[in-house]
Design a protein around this ligand. Structure first.
Ligand code: PHB
Length: 382
């Protein structure tokens, strides 16, 4: 029984997107529906706290919640209040949040995150920025910190295996905190993506060069996560189009992504989530046909999740036509706690997104722009 009841007036409306509302077997879990909440950076606390718990529990009607990117080691991010899963305190914080989501009937995976070369250099506590190679990202987008230092040239990681262990330990902590599974953040130009990408990875050892070598780091981590959770509780997020954080210019790197996705299917992980090309987010990247990657999963138990600017009608179509097993929504769910029940009925989500409060709470009140987005109300026209 949900602790956040959906409006009876909403529930009385006819369902016009029924496929989105069908259950999905995800390994040993059965998701209630095909609507997935994307990882969304919200910068509301290093240690997950009761306001975070409310935010996630309000959204527990979605089939699966993926937590915001959660750090596997204390590291510089521009999000100084980004949560972690690297010690007792951060693990204990998540324990309560996860319990609240479960109480509300939700399923939640922890997204495991290391930023690699795009760590914020001023917040690194004298630890150098690291990456697969000493190749600096172009640009610099530290939006909230003074000084706008821009990206720095990272120190090339000597032993990737040691970094893979950070993810394993974080997964162990996620398990202790009660998360239903873990998602490896291998997208959007962060550490794992930096290894996959031939622009940021110019290594000449076993972790660089060929598609197999550039996929090695990701797969080693996946194997650690499988050892901790079992394959059917492990997901991965990929962004083959690149763009964001200076990944992949020009040509799609299909050989590498084909190899990687094939290996993931072979391991039978729970899901592969792929972000499709988005004009703003993927600018400078390549238009990759994500459906070709989904085809690689057809003979496996691994489910295919697609993310990127969907509305309910298009999501319904993709799932109905078998192009994807579930659709991942970011901002609509951020702004609409009861998004799933609106989406399946074709009811408009909240459109009043408070951009200024995505990462910076107003008046130092973490709840503002976070847990105060309205549920559907009787008689109110959105
Ligand atoms: C961001 O902070 O803009 C951000 C963080 C994680 C992502 C993507 C974007 O995966």
């Amino acid at each position: 029984m949900s602790t956040y009841p959906i409006s009876p007036a909403l529930l009385s409306k006819p369902i016009i997107h029924p496929t989105l509302d069908t259950p999905l077997d995800l390994g040993s879990l059965t998701l209630k529906n095909r609507v997935v909440m994307a990882s969304l950076t919200r910068n509301r606390g290093v240690v997950s706290n009761p306001v975070n718990a409310t935010y996630y529990a309000q959204r527990a009607s979605t089939g699966l919640i993926v937590s915001e990117g959660t750090l596997v080691t204390p590291q510089g991010t521009e999000w100084i209040d980004c949560p972690g899963l690297y010690d007792e305190r951060t693990t204990a914080g998540w324990t309560n949040t996860v319990a609240e989501v479960h109480k509300a009937g939700g399923v939640i995976f922890a997204q495991l995150w290391h930023l690699g070369r795009v760590c914020h250099p001023h917040l690194q506590a004298n630890v150098p920025n690291v990456g697969p190679s000493a190749v600096k990202a172009q640009g610099g987008k530290f939006r909230l910190l003074q000084g706008q230092p821009g990206y720095v040239t990272p120190v090339a990681i000597e032993k990737p295996q040691a970094y893979a262990m950070l993810y394993r330990h974080a997964a162990e902590n996620a398990r202790r905190a009660g998360f239903d599974g873990v998602e490896l953040h291998a997208a959007n130009g962060y550490l794992v993506n930096q290894f996959i990408d031939s622009k940021s990875n110019v290594r000449t050892d076993a972790y660089g060069g060929s598609p197999e070598n550039r996929a090695r780091f990701a797969l080693e981590i996946i194997d650690h996560l499988i050892a901790v959770y079992g394959a059917d509780r492990v997901g991965i997020k990929l962004s083959p189009s690149g763009g964001y954080n200076d990944m992949q210019g020009g040509e799609p790197d299909l050989p590498t992504y084909t190899y990687l996705v094939t290996q993931l299917a072979h391991r039978g992980i729970a899901y592969v989530q792929v972000t499709r090309y988005l004009d703003d987010f993927s600018a400078g990247g390549a238009k990759v046909d994500v459906l070709a990657l989904g085809q690689l999963l057809k003979n496996s138990t691994t489910k295919f999740l697609v993310n990127g600017g969907f509305d309910a009608a298009e999501a319904e179509l993709w799932v109905k036509q078998g192009k994807a097993d579930a659709i991942v929504f970011g901002r609509p769910i951020l702004a609409t706690p009861d998004f799933k029940d609106r989406a399946i009925r074709g009811v408009q989500p909240n459109t009043d997104l408070k951009f200024n409060e995505f990462y910076v709470p107003k008046d130092n009140n973490p709840a503002l722009g976070y847990t105060d987005y309205p549920f559907y109300q009787d008689g109110k026209v959105e």
